[in-house]
Design a protein around this ligand. Structure first.
Ligand SMILES: Cc1cc2nc3c(=O)[nH]c(=O)nc-3n(C[C@H](O)[C@H](O)[C@H](O)COP(=O)(O)OP(=O)(O)OC[C@H]3O[C@@H](n4cnc5c(N)ncnc54)[C@H](O)[C@@H]3O)c2cc1C
Length: 421
């Protein structure tokens, strides 16, 4: 262990959409903020698992209703500055509204957002432990880099790790998946190149191709109805079919899933080349890099948001974010199942669902906030993660400065930072 201890006002663990938003929110309030990320770039699932369609920035409602602003909006403006934002895209069938990303622009946009806000970034750093004092305050965390381990102290922390690593390390109650330990499917995202730019992509053609390939004896094809979308700029085609049952906390399970999903990717390539018009010369540009893990741990917070509340468009006095994406459930090998939010509008998320129940100076953000399996199936998306991250960062910065973070002040600061609450 390196004996030097670093000190900050606020430390954020995990640099996905939630963590970046938390760091920018905290630094914009004047906190000396450190953002830790184990990968060599920020972006989380967007950049590390090629999840290149942001959901949840807009509700399904007509006319278009934006439900996430603040750091999420600043990210869109960054994409526009870099020439890679074509505006929101509505699926005329489902009404779902997404924003298309490109991986490299996303990495660079996150770098710029973090640096411009005055956050100290630290990539290639994995948090591996935490020390909590007798007052249930998280005092310091232990990090790993190839040069050895080191400690960091802070007044307040945000867990935006996607797996609730920090909450688990400091002894806050966490649970794996739903009350029965069931988690949503993992999926290895595939990117295909060499696809004719002239053909329109129809989902039913892919389903028909998969059935045909199965009849012809091609094995290793799990799902026959998945998402297919053409990316901006490159004309590459993004396809989500290769599902796996995976425990994202267990490296043995992840290893089996990664290898099995790669086998699937080559089988899908084979099927599409043979049976989908325009795919004759297709090739795999990339899988992953990592299998996308939708769900592992959730924190025990001060309030568990229920699916009925999300679906009914609930409002809360301590609301700090809006969830506008429908409930979207993925079981391995099955088509996604959707449930709509009342009036195709949005529900609110209370600050209490972000506050760790047992540890005083810890907030959580993104896909690990306290919600049941139905609410999770909506709140997990990246647009909503921007919003919960932004709020968690501001709450942590207020606690670091004042020793408390009440919802009224967090809301006021969110509004000052152009968030939508
Ligand atoms: C296959 C798949 C498809 C999806 N499709 C969509 C979609 O189309 N649109 C959409 O909006 N959402 C989609 N989602 C959901 C969405 O990607 C995630 O729920 C969202 O990325 C959550 O954001 P986050 O910031 O909470 O977590 P993540 O994006 O997972 O980021 C967490 C970050 O923390 C880092 N980290 C973890 N542990 C540590 C540690 N101990 N030390 C340091 N760093 C650590 C990770 O490396 C990662 O960068 C999909 C998810 C999957 C898996």
């Amino acid at each position: 262990m390196n004996t030097e201890t670093l000190r900050y006002d606020v430390v954020i663990v995990g640099g996905g959409s939630a963590g970046v938003a938390a760091a920018v929110g905290a630094a914009s309030l004047g906190a000396n903020t450190l953002l830790l990320e184990k990968n060599p770039y920020f972006g989380g699932a967007a950049t590390h698992s090629s999840v290149l369609t942001i959901c949840g920035l807009f509700a399904q409602q007509e006319p278009l209703l934006q439900v996430v602003g603040g750091v999420g909006q600043r990210f869109l403006e960054k994409l526009r500055d870099l020439g890679r934002y074509d505006g929101p895209i509505r699926n005329p069938g489902s009404g779902n509204v997404i924003v298309l990303l490109d991986g490299e622009t996303t990495k660079y946009a996150f770098d710029q957002l973090v640096l411009e806000a005055g956050v100290t970034p630290r990539l290639h750093t994995t948090v591996i432990g935490a020390e909590v004092d007798s007052q249930q305050r998280l005092r310091s965390i232990t990090c790993f880099q190839h040069g050895g381990t080191f400690r960091i102290e802070a007044e307040a922390f945000v867990d935006a790790s996607g797996e609730a690593d920090l909450a688990a390390f400091c002894g806050n109650q966490v649970r794996f998946g739903d009350d029965e330990g069931h988690v949503q499917a993992g999926t290895l995202v595939m990117q295909f190149g060499g696809v004719s730019p002239d053909i329109a992509l129809h989902r039913h053609q892919f389903t028909a191709a998969i059935w045909q390939a199965k009849r012809a004896g091609v094995e290793d094809l799990t799902k026959d109805r998945g998402m297919v979308v053409r990316l901006t700029g490159s004309h590459h085609v993004l396809a989500l079919f290769a599902d796996e049952r995976v425990d994202g906390l267990d490296s043995a399970s992840l290893t089996v899933a990664e290898m099995s999903a790669r086998r699937q990717a080559w089988a899908y390539l084979d099927a599409f080349r043979k049976y989908v018009p325009g795919f004759k010369d297709a090739f795999l540009v990339q899988t992953g890099p990592a299998i996308g893990v939708r769900e592992t741990r959730h924190i025990d917070g001060e309030y568990r948001l229920a699916g009925e509340e999300a679906l009914a468009g609930a409002r809360f006095p301590d609301a700090i974010a809006r969830g506008g994406w429908p409930v979207e459930i993925h079981e391995p090998g099955e088509a996604a199942r959707y449930k709509h939010i009342q009036d195709k509008s949005y529900y609110e998320i209370p600050l209490r669902s972000l506050k760790a129940k047992q540890v005083k100076n810890l907030w959580c953000a993104g896909r690990i906030i306290d919600c049941d399996r139905i609410a999770f199936a909506s709140a997990r998306v990246m647009g909503t993660a921007f919003a919960t991250g932004h709020a968690a960062g501001i709450a942590a910065a207020m606690y670091a400065g004042l020793g408390e973070a009440n919802a009224r002040d967090v809301r006021k600061e969110l509004i000052r930072q152009n968030a939508i609450v």
